[in-house]
Design a protein around this ligand. Structure first.
Ligand SMILES: *[C@@H]1O[C@H](CO)[C@@H](O)[C@H](O)[C@H]1NC(C)=O
Ligand SMILES: *[C@@H]1O[C@H](CO)[C@@H](O)[C@H](O)[C@H]1NC(C)=O
Ligand SMILES: *[C@@H]1O[C@H](CO)[C@@H](O)[C@H](O)[C@H]1NC(C)=O
Ligand SMILES: *[C@@H]1O[C@H](CO)[C@@H](O)[C@H](O)[C@H]1NC(C)=O
Length: 386
């Protein structure tokens, strides 16, 4: 301040060397005097107050203290702990990511207003041909969902900033069908989604999946369910118990062995269980290799051992195996009729919170890109998506 004032004064003096000169000079000296006096009083006071023992000049001590003090004064409000990462891309490797994601609060009530969100996790090869349908599905429900996309690392997405998929890609690695790399990719999706403390439910979807209902119905169904939707059953024969390997005992016994759809919906607690698992992972990694399709057994078996009472033991994703073979039916342009959806909704009854219901599926697969156009046409009429 004093230096600035001095400069101003100098300028004034040169521009206007009038009779004000002696008065200005006097003012200048007075200010200087007052400043010097003030500084020395301040110094004395500081020395006494801080009980400075050594001979380091006070001004130097203060200057040295300033930057350090600023570091410690960085505000750490709760906000900085609960704010989700602004960018999904990060430099953590899988060990670091899983560790970070496994950190969970032990106090169960949140001391802030937390609106629980659904994390929609898309496990894809590359493009999302059904994106326009999903855009309509999500529209108007901001704040109640988050989106995560895992694709082949070589794939470069081109979503416009207006898209719900814009910059929602997570660091990805190659995932092979029926192999552990598939489960690793799913854990990676879960771990990334867990970094947002507001995500309460986690749904795994593929690029060939579509919603069968509107967002309101999906949110209500999932948020009010007492159970998580992990398909899980005990099946005899070569495709069920036949895939079990005795080397997994005693951590996994034959009676614990489960099979189920890869496409799940689980709550946050189960997501943490999957991310933190170091008990079952090595067993499945070593002893469940093709023709044991690990994505049909690992999470299903693990959660059936650890938290059986939290599982609905059924999936929310409809699929048609009736055509036989290793892959389910793919639906194209000509399959998409009103009757097709009627058939799905009447295909079975199931339990929801222990009560029978016909609303068993919220999603369906597999749909070819050619199905998009008729799906968009039927969306408001049949799927309730405006
Ligand atoms: C991740 O990085 C840490 C530290 O460099 C290393 O110890 C760990 O093995 C890495 N994990 C993976 C999966 O690469
Ligand atoms: C498997 O069986 C062994 C021996 O009966 C038992 O000690 C172990 O707890 C069982 N494992 C599980 C996961 O139940
Ligand atoms: C799901 O199956 C487990 C056994 O694996 C069972 O304990 C649990 O009660 C079942 N869940 C429901 C909702 O029936
Ligand atoms: C969602 O679908 C249900 C049933 O189809 C319908 O009653 C409801 O109005 C729809 N909600 C919105 C927001 O479109």
């Amino acid at each position: 301040m004093a230096v600035e004032e001095g400069k101003d004064l100098g300028v004034t003096l040169r521009i206007n060397p009038s009779r004000l000169f002696p008065l200005r000079l006097l003012q200048f000296f007075l200010v200087f005097l007052a400043l010097g006096l003030g500084l020395s009083v301040f110094s004395m006071f500081t020395v006494r107050y801080l009980k400075v023992q050594n001979f380091v000049p006070v001004t130097q001590t203060i200057l040295e203290q300033l930057p350090v003090k600023h570091c410690y004064e960085e505000p750490h409000s709760l906000e900085s702990w609960i704010r989700p990462p602004s960018k999904l891309m990060h430099t953590m490797n899988d060990s670091e990511l899983l560790w970070r994601a496994s950190l969970a609060p032990r106090i169960k009530t949140y001391p802030f207003k937390r609106v629980p969100k659904i994390a929609f996790m898309f496990l894809t090869k590359g493009p999302l041909p059904m994106a326009p349908l999903w855009e309509r599905f999500f529209k108007g429900h901001e704040g109640l969902y988050s989106i995560y996309v895992h694709s082949m690392p070589s794939y470069e997405p081109h979503f416009p900033p207006s898209s719900v998929f814009y910059q929602r890609q997570i660091p990805s690695q190659v995932a092979e069908w029926g192999r552990m790399s598939m489960c690793t990719a799913e854990r990676r999706l879960l771990a990334n989604a867990l970094l947002d403390i507001s995500n309460e439910w986690f749904i795994l979807l593929s690029e060939a999946c579509i919603p069968l209902n509107n967002f309101s119905i999906v949110y209500r169904y999932i948020s009010r369910s007492r159970y998580s939707f992990m398909g899980s059953f005990d099946e005899d024969g070569p495709y069920g118990r036949g895939r079990y390997n005795e080397n997994m005992a005693p951590k996994v016994n034959l009676s614990d062995w489960r099979k189920g759809s890869q496409w799940f919906e689980i709550n946050r607690m189960l997501a943490v269980r999957i991310v933190e698992d170091t008990t079952y992972f090595p067993k499945f990694n070593e002893f469940c290799t093709p023709a044991c399709y690990v994505d049909e057994h690992y999470f299903q078996t693990m959660l059936s051992i650890e938290t059986p009472h939290l599982l609905a033991n059924r999936t929310l994703t409809y699929v048609d195996w009736s055509r036989g073979g290793a892959h389910p039916a793919t639906f194209g342009k000509n399959d998409i009729k009103k009757e097709f959806f009627k058939k799905i909704s009447e295909s079975k009854t199931c339990l929801y919170n222990n009560q029978p219901t016909t609303l068993c599926y919220l999603f369906a697969r597999k749909f070819a890109p050619s199905a998009l156009e008729p799906l968009l046409e039927l969306a408001s009429d049949v799927l309730g998506i405006s």
